[in-house]
Design a protein around this ligand. Sequence first.
Ligand code: SAH
Length: 287
Amino acid sequence: MPPNVASQDASVPPTAPTPDVIETSYDFAAELLSKLGGSNFHCGWWDSPEDPRSLAEAQDHLTGRAVADLAVGPGDRVLDLGCGMGGPALRIARETGADVLGVSVIPSHIEEATRQAAQEGLAGQVRFEVADAHHLECAEASFDAVVAIESLGHMDRPVVLPRLARALKPGGRIVAYDYFLHGSANAAQKAVAEAFRGIALLSEYPRPEQIAGQVADAGLDLLEFRDVTDRTSTPTYARFGQIFREEVAPALAAVYSEEFLQGFLDLFAGSDACGGPHHYTRWTARR
Ligand code: SAH
């Protein structure tokens, strides 16, 4: 695997949450997240409104789609940017034979993912490292593909995308599952989106044309930008809301007021469902 060192020279841009904030929040939300995803910290994917998959099955299905999108094989090198608990990286290795490097800013997740890789006998093929994407320094042209599932939103894309472009071999691709602000959002919806942005620790809420511009500025060709909100975040948040109401809110009632918890639920419902401004995309780009 190529060397991958987090340099200390550049300062973290002000818009993206710092690694400390990311770690504290994910720790805080550990109980919620364990109920929502296990080793998948992302939305589900349902093929149609009639698709009977459970939330956990749909989350695995989204991972499976991402693996297929990468179109890599044995010996290829894949960077999993913002690798969570390592579920997707391990699956990429298992199903494609590629070598995978997963990076995240949460040390406990990296430890757990590393343990899991060893347990599955994949330690030679998958490596996990604590690294902040804003300071990522991979050898030039050292990866065949990059996957970023619901992680770029936490980052300052204009800083991170050029680093990814440099790390990719010519012709190598980025597969991103990402958020954007829907074009028709009115002022009230934008206010809801802004509140949701704060809770979800997103660095900004870009419109599609902003993402396209950031991708182009990084020297990448945008191959596809698909709005998949109705396959992913809308059905996911409906289920999150229900789980939060029934299983998580009662446990948090000792700490938070009923008003706060209700506000959180309203935010989830209002941010996404019924043509709300919070949209979800699968985009791909090529160096
Ligand atoms: N891709 C994983 C996890 C998504 S959650 C999955 O689909 O299961 C978002 C991930 O982004 C977390 O692992 C978090 O630690 C990581 N992340 C957030 N900011 C980061 C940064 N600046 N550098 C590296 N990873 C970051």
